[in-house]
Design a binder for this molecule. Structure first.
Ligand code: NAP
Length: 246
């Protein structure tokens, strides 16, 4: 489905990002693996992609930095000779009740989860416009749709991603570039492993399918959205949440 396409996946060292990077590679794409600091995990993702017979390079880049993101995207375009797919997956949590949330924790989550999406997309914009082709897939969250206890920063950032997605979809539609968002529910990764058993059990009882999702559940949709089969879908926010927010 994606033979010889080039996919840039942020936060591809671990979790959902790794599953998306592998899904893209299995479908035939070469992958730029963007990570923040866990070089061992990023190198492992690269190795797994190479084992599938595809090209992969790891790039250390803090997506919250406008300048760092620019130099990384420019380098990726040189190394891969262009790009076809951007997956904005990098994200962090710094949960806490609004009553006591520090401005540092608010700013940090907005900087990575929302401004990070702006930075990468902004630096690839003219490339996709000139090419008259491109797929942008943003990883939002059901928290951005329904809000979530203790996640004012995270929910605000993920809701912001939805507004950005719809705007970019409108702006780039005339250039044959689509932009969609995936809103995962409760997915098994390091991010959710940090939660206590009690919190996890309580969350699962709220899910109609009565289980957490897997990173591959998100990857399957991302690969579809990147493929020709999804060429008439843009500006959509698609939930993958086991029915959590019906
Ligand atoms: P994860 O296992 O914690 O992995 C996060 C990834 O993001 C890591 O690869 C990390 O890089 C990278 N990252 C963090 N900050 C970064 C920065 N400033 N610049 C570049 N990369 C950065 O998280 P996950 O659960 O896979 O989540 C992936 C995405 O899905 C996030 O946007 C998250 O908000 C969203 N999501 C997750 C869930 C869930 O239940 N897990 C639900 C809804 C939405 P390093 O490996 O180098 O640290």
């Amino acid at each position: 489905m994606l033979t010889n396409k080039v996919a840039i996946v942020t936060g591809a060292g671990r979790g959902i990002g790794r599953a998306i990077a592998l899904g893209m590679a299995e479908a035939g794409a070469n992958v730029a693996v963007v990570y923040a600091g866990n070089v061992a995990a990023a190198n492992e993702t690269v190795q797994m992609i190479e084992n599938l017979g595809r090209k992969a390079i790891a790039y250390k880049c803090d997506v919250s930095s406008f300048e760092e993101t620019k130099s990384t995207i420019d380098q990726i375009l040189v190394d891969f000779g262009g790009a076809d797919i951007l997956v904005n997956n990098a994200g962090i949590v710094k949960d806490g009740l609004m009553l006591s949330m520090s401005q540092e924790n608010f700013d940090a989550v907005i900087a990575t989860n929302l401004k990070g999406v702006f930075n990468t997309t902004r630096h690839l914009y003219s490339h996709f416009m000139k090419k008259r082709a491109g797929r942008i897939i943003n990883i939002s969250s059901v928290s951005g749709l329904m809000g979530n206890f203790g996640q004012a920063n995270y929910s605000a950032a993920k809701a912001g991603v939805i507004g950005l997605t719809k705007t970019v979809a409108r702006e780039l539609a005339g250039r044959n570039v689509t932009c969609n968002a995936i809103a995962p529910g409760f997915i098994e990764t390091d991010m959710t492993a940090a939660l206590s058993d009690k919190v996890t059990e309580a969350a699962v009882t709220q899910i109609p399918l009565k289980r957490m999702g897997k990173a591959e559940d998100i990857a399957n949709l991302a690969v579809f959205l990147a493929s020709d089969n999804a060429s008439y879908i843009t500006g959509e926010i698609i939930k993958v949440d086991g029915g959590l927010y019906i």
